[in-house]
Design a protein around this ligand. Structure first.
Ligand code: GDP
Ligand code: MN
Length: 387
């Protein structure tokens, strides 16, 4: 789960990480009131969408008068923002953050993430902030500094010094950075985060560090431990199909291809995506219908898959270990009837009562294409999607 910048900055402030003053607003009146309350003569108006790259999309403006605060807010609220980070979605702007405008001497990059490969939390930092960090890593890898935090020892001050001096900070800034990293790690651990990213972390003209942007991602499996954080979820920033899937307890991820997939078990679902690609096809989604592939779940799953007009064919790949294949076949037939599917459906069934299941599908009266194994199924569905 992701957060808005204003939410992430509130959390930062709770943990003592320095952020510019800011107040979120849902309309122009609130925005002007926020600017008046904060005082000052210049304010940033920042569209709150859960993706970076807002500047180029017209979502970040410097307002020099209260009238400009009003004007920019009016323009931003109600618009949608699409950037290279929105995964093809147009994200609605429901709120803006009115923030104290900060003078910038230098922009840095700082992040902390769960590092699966090294089984630790890794800090990444760079003196090249404010831009696409993947590009920095690719073109000038020597400008990326990393340290690995040992999970039993926790963050150590020398690691902060290593990063700070590595980025060319002076002693005072390195001290501030070390304190900031201590706070960020405390937050990271306490809130079960997967990622914190500050881009840019800035050095102000007076030489102090300040988090100008804030991105947080929390491990959703741990949300039950943090109801106050779970309550910050903004479903309007998420893929509507994925939100709908969560309501049915289905594990669904939208992908870009044309072959809809319905599989029981996450591992089998991953394997199915691989075999489709091996056969020259592109999956439209990942979908694990779970152990109990009942008629209701299969129906809900078909409806989800068919929400995308990119889907040209569907592959159902079910391994009946605990559930019986004849029950699954019943579920598939009922769902095909209910949903009124008009595109080819390839079904590969394996496991308990498989003969009975295949017989039911063959006699269903629907043009369900049977497959004998996963490879056969992938070949048939790729051909069907192209046909
Ligand atoms: P993002 O592009 O969506 O990640 O939005 P950011 O919050 O990172 O802002 C983008 C850029 O706008 C930053 O890299 C800064 O250059 C600039 N910016 C944001 N806030 C301020 C501010 O308070 N003062 C100044 N001078 N520039 C800012
Ligand atoms: Mn940013």
């Amino acid at each position: 789960m992701n957060f808005h910048e204003y939410q992430a900055k509130d959390i930062f402030a709770d943990y003592g990480v320095a952020v510019p003053q800011g107040i979120a607003a849902s309309n122009a009146d609130e925005a002007v009131a926020a600017a008046e309350k904060m005082g000052g003569t210049q304010w940033m108006v920042k569209a709150q969408v859960q993706a970076g790259g807002r500047g180029k999309a017209g979502g970040i403006k410097l307002a020099r008068t209260l009238e400009e605060v009003r004007d920019y807010t009016q323009k931003m609220i109600g618009m949608t923002i699409t950037t290279y980070q929105t995964g093809g979605l147009a994200l609605p702007v429901d709120k803006v953050l009115i923030a104290e405008a900060t003078d910038i001497a230098k922009e840095l990059y700082l992040s902390m993430l769960v590092d699966r490969q090294n089984k630790c939390v890794t800090i990444m930092a760079s003196s090249e902030g404010g831009m696409d960090i993947e590009k920095v890593a690719h073109d000038t890898p020597e400008k990326i500094h990393t340290v690995q935090i040992d999970l039993t020892e926790g963050f150590q001050a020398y690691q902060g010094r290593k990063i700070g001096f590595g980025m060319g900070l002076n002693a005072k800034q390195t001290g501030q950075l070390t304190k900031m990293l201590e706070s960020l790690y405390r937050m990271f651990y306490a809130l079960d985060l997967a990622l914190v990213e500050i881009n840019p972390l800035v050095i102000t003209p007076s030489g102090d560090l300040l988090a100008l942007d804030a991105k947080i991602n929390v491990d959703e499996s741990a949300l039950f431990r943090h109801p106050e954080i779970a309550a910050m979820r903004d479903e309007r920033q998420e893929d509507p199909t994925e939100v709908e899937a969560t309501r049915h307890n289905l594990n669904y991820v939208t992908l870009n291809g044309s072959i809809g997939c319905m599989v029981n078990g996450a591992g089998l679902a991953m394997a199915t995506l691989d075999v489709i690609k091996l056969n020259g096809g592109e999956p439209a989604n990942f979908l694990d219908v779970g152990g109990g592939a009942t008629k209701e779940r299969v129906t809900a799953a078909f409806k989800l898959i068919l929400r995308s007009d990119k889907v040209r064919a569907i592959l159902v790949n079910i391994f009946g270990g605990i559930v019986r294949c004849d029950l699954i076949a019943d579920g598939i037939i009922a769902a095909v009837r209910d949903v009124g599917i008009t595109i080819p459906v390839v079904v590969r069934l394996e496991g308990t009562n498989v003969e009975k299941g295949r017989e039911l599908l063959a006699n269903s009266g629907f043009a369900i294409i049977p497959a004998t194994d996963l490879n056969d199924a992938a070949r048939k569905v790729v051909a069907a999607a192209k046909g």
